[in-house]
Write a protein that binds this ligand. Structure first.
Ligand code: ADP
Length: 247
């Protein structure tokens, strides 16, 4: 079985403070995996370091069994909505067309077949009717669906999404999950940073449980075991108990 992702002994720090220490794991192709852990555990940092968006202090990352620079076209990324500038003047169709740029090249105008393909990807996420709208005019769920359409337009093998379900409506979440599962069933690999544990068991095949170090990686049922989860969420327990007591 081929690996979609291999991370070996990864260390990342911000201004001398380590955010990730000695992370090693791999994901086989054709899996849908969630990166979970408490706030500040380093989930987004892990995804960004995997995608070379932030520097690593140490460690090796291979995507589709190659260095990222050789497989960029095959790896798509949907950033956290907070990380984006929603005032940027671009319409929905042009946003999706950006997904075709690895093939098109930045300086060439999109041809009819690129536009047809972008429309098809928009249809897939139920956003075809919004093609001419400015991206900043959409709701959070609609924006997230458009960014998934951009990833679909790229025809990637590995789909990486950072907290795609935060602040979005139920229909958008269901649409996105259904598409991600379909991609997985087609043999693509999906990696999602996710902090809401309630649906983790129905969304993912495997989980990467993180809290600065890798606590454990494995099938969902192994990781959602209370003893395993305790190792990552221990520090939050007094808060959780207080909250429960207050209800
Ligand atoms: P998570 O996604 O699990 O909530 P993050 O990866 O965002 O965690 O953050 C991990 C740690 O790194 C946190 O302590 C956070 O404050 C810190 N951190 C994240 N981004 C930066 C940054 N750009 N500069 C400084 N520290 C950061």
């Amino acid at each position: 079985m081929k690996h979609a992702l291999t991370v070996r002994d990864l260390y990342v720090s911000y201004h001398g403070t380590e955010a990730l220490q000695g992370i090693s794991f791999s994901i086989e192709q054709g899996k849908m995996a969630g990166i979970i852990g408490p706030n500040g555990a380093g989930k987004s940092t892990l995804l960004k370091a995997i995608l070379d968006l932030i520097p690593r202090d140490k460690g090796e990352v291979r995507l589709l069994e190659r260095p990222l620079k050789n497989v960029r076209k095959s790896v798509s990324y949907v950033p956290q909505r907070n990380d984006m500038d929603w005032t940027f003047p671009i319409n929905v169709l042009d946003t999706v067309l950006l997904g075709t740029y690895p093939e098109l090249g930045l300086l060439r105008r999109p041809k009819k077949r690129h536009k047809d393909w972008a429309h098809h990807c928009l249809e897939k996420v139920g956003m075809e009717a919004f093609a001419k709208r400015q991206i900043g005019e959409l709701s959070g769920g609609q924006q997230q669906r458009v960014f998934l359409a951009r990833a679909l337009a790229q025809e990637a093998e590995l789909f990486c999404l950072d907290e795609p379900f935060v602040g979005i409506d139920v229909t958008s979440e269901e649409t996105i999950v259904a598409i991600l599962k379909e991609l997985r069933d087609q043999g693509k690999t999906v990696l999602v940073v996710h902090h809401d544990l309630t649906k983790a068991d129905s969304y993912f095949d495997e989980l990467i449980l993180l809290n600065k170090t890798l606590i454990q990686k494995g099938p969902v049922s192994d990781i959602l075991d209370p003893e395993v989860m305790m190792k990552a969420y221990e520090a939050q327990l007094p808060f959780l108990q207080t909250k429960r007591g207050a209800i």
